[in-house]
Ligand binder design. Structure first.
Ligand code: FES
Ligand SMILES: [Fe+2]
Length: 335
């Protein structure tokens, strides 16, 4: 496995991290408290007061420091204790709470447990200019690999999202090719007409190509392009809270148009809310089912078909292995 602790992962949206209130998050099993320091920068500390181990995330933020809810000890962004109510502060040069690397980028608050010289910057969306966007967030009980595969797999949409994205009785012939990216992999679909489901009829006038891509450590992205450029870009960062639980931050972006962003958001939020719930349901049903068969190593015995275009590559990337799929390999299929 790649060392997920050495990568940046989104923990919250920048909007969620309000000035006066700490946020509880978990990254790879480590409980964190997030807050904004006096200058508005994001900070992440271990979510445990060293005095009696109360959760700092249940306290409040005062003058850019987090205050423990139990006896009011206060901690700065670097983990130093600045106040012990009722006594003069003993001089201590050492931080009393572990501070983690934290930054705000692309509208998200990111944390990294063990950054080093090889840690790449936070993974940004493919398109940032001339788009209206908003974030949708949720948690789901499954592995990073399961969620990434699901998000980028077109062949479940006829069943899990029947009528919303595609319909099984209305498949069309499509050409798909797989391409290597730096720390990622991408599938490109061409010759696909408008999809048979509701979302395409409402959102897409002129689809020409679509792409699904995965980038380490956990970003899955779907991009639809028409003659006039971008129609829709959904970038989903999958943050492992533990081996079996993810926090998802999905950025839904559309090309700026005469429709105001807030109006598009009102509509798209409802629509993609349905899709997200449908995916969450099948992912959790699948994880629970795997849990019923603990005597077999099911991850090692998954039966890939030719249509699982990206899944083997996602597994190899997460395992830190080289991609074995031929770069540019194409297949014809019915999608
Ligand atoms: S437990 Fe935090 S101040 Fe006592
Ligand atoms: Fe789906």
């Amino acid at each position: 496995m790649i060392e997920l602790r050495r990568y940046w992962h989104p923990l919250a949206t920048a909007v969620e991290l309000a000035r006066g209130k700490p946020l509880a998050r978990t990254l790879l099993g480590v409980p964190l408290v997030l807050f904004r320091d006096a200058s508005g920068e994001a900070a992440a500390l271990q979510d445990r007061c060293p005095h009696r181990h109360a959760p700092l995330s249940c306290g409040r933020v005062r003058k850019g420091e987090v205050e423990c809810p139990y006896h009011g000890w206060r901690f700065a962004a670097d983990g130093h204790c600045t106040t012990v109510p009722g006594m003069e502060l003993p001089v201590s040069n050492k931080p009393l709470v572990h501070a983690f690397a934290c930054q705000i980028a692309h509208g998200l608050v990111w944390g990294c447990l063990e950054p080093d010289a090889a840690t790449p910057p936070p993974v940004m969306p493919a398109v940032t200019d001339n788009v209206d966007y908003f974030f949708m967030t949720d948690t789901v009980n499954c592995t990073l690999q399961q969620a990434a595969e699901n998000f980028l797999d077109g062949f479940h949409t006829h069943f899990v999202h029947a009528g919303w994205i595609r319909r099984d009785g209305q498949r069309q012939s499509v050409r798909a090719s797989v391409h290597h990216l730096a720390s990622g992999v991408e599938a490109r679909y061409s010759d696909e007409g408008l999809q048979s489901g509701l979302i395409s009829s409402l959102l897409e006038g002129d689809r020409q190509t679509s792409m699904g891509r995965f980038r380490l450590p956990g970003m899955a992205e779907i991009e639809y392009r028409g003659r006039r450029g971008l129609n829709l870009l959904i970038s989903a960062w999958l943050t492992p809270e533990s081996d079996q639980r993810l926090r998802i931050h999905a950025r839904v972006a559309t090309r700026c148009s005469i429709l105001p962003g807030w109006l598009k958001q009102l509509f798209l939020r409802q629509l993609f809310g349905v899709i997200l719930r449908q995916d969450k349901r099948i992912l959790e049903q699948t994880s629970e089912n795997i849990g019923r068969f603990q005597e077999v190593r099911l991850e090692a015995s998954m039966l890939d078909s030719r249509l699982d275009l990206l899944a083997p590559s996602i597994r190899q990337l997460l395992a830190g292995e080289a991609l074995t799929v031929e770069d540019g390999k194409a297949i014809e299929c019915w999608l």
